[in-house]
Unconditional design. Structure first.
Length: 81
């Protein structure tokens, strides 16, 4: 908008190529962690009962981690794309 209010100017600044590459690296890390969370969930379901971890606890662990990662995923993609 013209004239640009000072409190909104930061929302319209372009990110530098270095910032963009940094965010893509973080996005890649988040994607890998999401994939590893699925593997962790499988391991918890497979081996959890042997050490006393129930289905509910396994699902809660998976869910908390995945929710946090997905929120960060949205924030990163919003800035990069």
């Amino acid at each position: 908008p013209e004239p640009m209010p000072p409190q909104l100017a930061f929302m319209f600044t372009k990110i530098s190529p270095e910032q963009k590459m940094y965010m893509w690296n973080i996005y890649t890390l988040i994607f890998v962690l999401e994939c590893l969370d699925v593997v962790l969930y499988w391991a918890l379901l497979r081996y959890g009962p042997m050490v006393g971890i129930s289905f509910g606890a396994s699902t809660a662990i998976f869910g908390v981690i995945m929710i946090a990662l997905c929120i960060q995923n949205v924030y990163i993609l919003h800035d990069v794309i």
